[in-house]
Design a protein around this ligand. Structure first.
Ligand code: SAH
Ligand code: SF4
Length: 469
């Protein structure tokens, strides 16, 4: 086991980075405004909040638009090929902007950069990039930026050090809800997935550090926390015995934070202890994102998922029995190498059986360096696209049916913003994780509002305000 204390980056190392922030602040030609373009998952969104926090400490203001900023960072994703292509397309486009504004500095960071040989390739192909760094190097951004601004060459840092950074400055996007990373990396090596290669080995944060962060957020008025990790329910590996995810939930629940959510969980690590915690923690919301990936046992084996359909359904049934009405969502991959029509039918039948509240559906995308990318029988794109369309149609039909259980029930909605469809409506998330729209105005943003669900429109729940608040 690696020494977790050695992985923790705080104290002196963080102090050093703070000194670099000061130095950048005093550079006469430093950028004055920044913009972070974020691709991918919540982990990336949270990393971008750290970048914004550090850049503000360096005296920069956030520009609303990338064309108006003099420092633009692309925080990339590489889970699927299209995420990668979109990021590179946008980097290329920014070059035109740089021609008009020679002061513009450009950085590329995140998972895409972390792939073997990728940083070198990017810098060769895109010579106008000033800075490239990987996910584990994020805390060193002040020093790297200082060097990029004072030395006459691009700065690259992509070594994977598997660190656990603490005490980085952070500029959170929302006042009412906040992300807290509880673990980094992933050890599961699902055969299709690039995450363990680009985010490194699994490592958990100290429970006390998490609790301190949560407490400070609670004091600052945050109503909802979202615990983040690639595999939150294996939290605790490498920590002292008994530091489990369920225990962490109990400790946070005892603090009385209004709403606690988390993502993502792996079905193989969904313990009875966690299901019990879901049932007994008052503030842990009744929702669970449980990626299934496929409904076929042979494909699950090829994917290296370490569970079969029966085990998945057993865990789900237990969750539903413990937390009646719990919101269940999932991720599904179609057209994994070798997937036959019959095997795909098993995924369809699982979707029918479970009735998910929503499902993120993906066409399998080969990722270099993964085991599945080398497998025979890659599925032709036209078959993959036909399969995903059938899956989406089936999921939509069942989703509507699943949502009907909320009709005429009470929900509490944490309002996120004005509705995109109407100026007199707002929308947010109910306790079960579903989007709810209700009449309201900007004043409701950040408030928890009790509603009665009266309708389902365009796959969204519609609520009428209740006055017993
Ligand atoms: N750690 C999480 C999330 C990983 S990435 C988990 O295990 O669930 C989010 C989702 O992207 C995965 O659940 C999977 O459905 C999808 N995904 C990952 N790699 C993929 C690939 N190569 N092709 C298509 N979808 C992929
Ligand atoms: Fe990827 Fe599997 Fe880890 Fe999720 S659990 S990040 S899919 S390797």
């Amino acid at each position: 086991m690696t020494d977790r204390k050695a992985q923790t980056v705080s104290g002196e190392q963080m102090e050093e980075q703070r000194l670099y922030m000061e130095q950048v602040r005093h550079l006469p030609d430093r950028p004055r405004t920044f913009h972070v373009v974020t691709y991918g998952c919540q982990m990336n969104a949270h990393d971008s909040e750290y970048m914004a926090g550090m850049l503000k400490e360096m005296g920069m203001e956030e520009a609303a638009d990338r064309e108006e900023a003099d420092f633009v960072i692309f925080n990339t994703c590489c889970v699927r090929d299209n995420a990668e292509r979109r990021a590179l397309g946008n980097v290329n486009w920014l070059r035109q902007v740089q021609k008009k504004n020679p002061r513009l500095k450009i950085a590329v960071c995140g998972c895409m950069v972390q792939q073997p040989g990728m940083a070198e390739k990017i810098l060769k192909q895109y010579r106008f990039i000033d800075l490239a760094f990987g996910t584990a190097n994020l805390y060193r951004m002040p020093e790297m930026l200082y060097r990029a601004l004072t030395e006459d060459h691009a700065v690259v840092e992509v070594d994977q050090k598997d660190v656990v950074p603490e005490d980085m400055p952070v500029q959170r996007l929302r006042q009412d809800a906040a992300y807290i990373t509880i673990m980094y990396g992933c050890d599961n090596f699902c055969s299709y997935c690039v995450v363990p290669y680009v985010r490194g080995r699994e490592r958990s944060r100290d429970m006390d550090a998490i609790l301190r962060e949560a407490e400070a957020l609670q004091k600052g008025g945050v109503k909802e926390i979202m615990l983040l990790g690639q595999n939150v329910n294996s939290y605790g590996k490498g920590l002292e015995e008994g530091a489990t995810f369920a225990k962490l939930l109990h400790r946070l629940d005892d603090m009385g934070i209004e709403r606690i959510r988390f993502m993502t969980s792996h079905p193989k690590d969904l313990s009875d202890e966690l299901i019990e915690a879901m049932g007994s923690c008052k503030h842990v919301l009744p929702q669970f994102h449980l990626p299934v990936q496929s409904g076929n046992d042979e494909i699950l084996k090829q994917m290296n998922r370490h569970y079969d359909r029966a085990h998945y359904l057993d865990r789900l049934n237990k969750l539903r029995a413990t937390v009646p009405g719990i919101g269940i969502t999932t991720d599904i991959i179609v057209a994994f190498p070798g997937e036959t029509e019959e095997q795909f039918q098993d995924t369809l039948s699982l979707v029918e059986q479970v009735e998910y509240d929503s499902a993120f559906t993906f066409v399998y995308s080969p990722r270099s360096g993964t085991r599945a990318a080398k497998m025979d029988c890659q599925i032709p794109p036209e078959v993959a696209s036909e399969r995903i369309q059938r899956l989406i149609a089936l999921q939509e039909a069942h989703q509507r049916h699943a949502m009907e259980r909320f009709l005429n029930t009470r929900e509490e909605v944490l309002v996120e913003g004005l509705s995109r469809r109407s100026e007199t409506a707002v929308s947010g998330k109910g306790r079960h994780g579903l989007s709810v729209t209700l009449e309201g105005s900007g004043e409701d943003v950040g408030q928890i509002i009790p509603v009665q669900i009266t309708e389902i429109k365009n796959n969204t729940l519609i609520g009428q305000r209740l006055t017993d608040a």
